[in-house]
Design a protein around this ligand. Structure first.
Ligand SMILES: [Mg+2]
Length: 317
């Protein structure tokens, strides 16, 4: 029955062994109407809910309906940009985020009120690009609600991570987060850019990438531009990279305020274990990796700048 199962973006991963199949998840039509959700039981150590329970874990794998499979053209290395002409693809990529007028207007207000000159030079870093990352674009990834989510109640968390002798945090990992980082690092230089404190972020990142293999650099709260309590991520902080080759994935639109078109907004994640946004994002990144200027592609797909302009002129619905 599952012979033809095609996970959306996991082609490069070892095929997990299917242990048991489940009928359709009852909430599939409600939660994710276009792609079809099918629940299967897999043995996949990377996606463990708890470090001690590597077996028999249940995750959701997304496949498109037959109709969608016909229409959806997966980006390929030979013609990545062509797949943007496919409207079905566009609508799937747009599912990475949901337009919330409130958030757009908050971003618009910040953009409007930002000072003309921002002293960012004092924060600029000149981080060398490793030989391995030569020719790759730089992918900045937010942490909280993009890759992970911390909760107060340990009973509601997947993993407990020690920050220091006195502090332990309860963290949930977004589905596919580790695979996403691993796969994306093949085509991108991965930099985590979080507004979290260094110690907290490091503890989580050491869990996500324990061998420090896929994430090249880590940027923290002190690297953000604190604008009246809003943490804006100014990509100019990497002085020896070009903005046309830099992408920021973040659940908070405010983070993009200084370079809106470098941003890929992603729906914030807290605990939906059917979430597959990182798989969709991986496909989108396959397109961006060969773009001459990532900003042009983002502008056409997400249209955030236009939404901001519309918001400022009172035209946003
Ligand atoms: Mg976040």
């Amino acid at each position: 029955m599952y012979r033809n199962l095609q996970p959306l973006s996991l082609n490069n991963y070892p095929i997990p062994k299917i242990l048991e199949s489940f009928p359709h998840h009852p909430s599939s039509s409600r939660a994710f109407q276009k792609p079809q959700l099918i629940k299967i039981k897999l043995s996949l150590p990377l996606l463990t809910r708890r470090p001690s329970s590597h077996k028999n874990l249940s995750i959701s794998v997304i496949r498109l309906t037959k109709k969608k499979q016909q229409n959806y053209k997966r980006p390929t290395d030979s013609s990545p940009l062509n797949c943007l002409q496919n409207t079905q693809n566009l609508s799937i990529f747009l599912k990475l985020f949901v337009q919330k007028p409130k958030e757009i207007s908050k971003l618009a207000e910040i953009v409007k009120s930002l000072p003309m000159q921002i002293d960012y030079l004092s924060k600029v870093l000149y981080l060398p690009k490793s030989k391995e990352n030569e020719g790759k674009k730089t992918l900045f990834l937010d942490l909280d609600e993009t890759l992970t989510h911390a909760v107060k109640n340990p009973n509601q968390s997947q993993v407990r991570i020690k920050v220091n002798d006195d502090v332990v945090i309860n963290v949930n990992i977004r589905p596919y987060a580790q695979e996403f980082i691993k796969n994306a690092s093949q085509d991108y230089e991965i930099v985590i850019f979080t507004a979290s404190y260094r110690k907290y972020a490091n503890a989580i990142l050491d869990y996500l990438d324990p061998l420090n293999k896929y994430i090249t650099y880590r940027l923290y709260r002190e690297h953000c531009y604190d604008y009246n309590g809003c943490f804006i991520k100014d990509l100019r902080i990497l002085g020896n990279r070009d903005l046309k080759d830099m992408i920021l994935v973040d659940n908070s639109l405010v983070s993009f305020a200084l370079q809106i078109e470098n941003g890929i907004p992603i729906f914030p994640w807290t605990m939906d274990y059917n979430d597959s946004k990182l798989c969709v994002l991986l496909d989108y990144l396959c397109i961006l990796k060969s773009a001459r200027d990532v900003r042009c592609v983002n502008r056409n797909v997400f249209g955030l700048s236009k939404l901001v302009i519309d918001s400022l002129s009172g035209n946003l619905n």
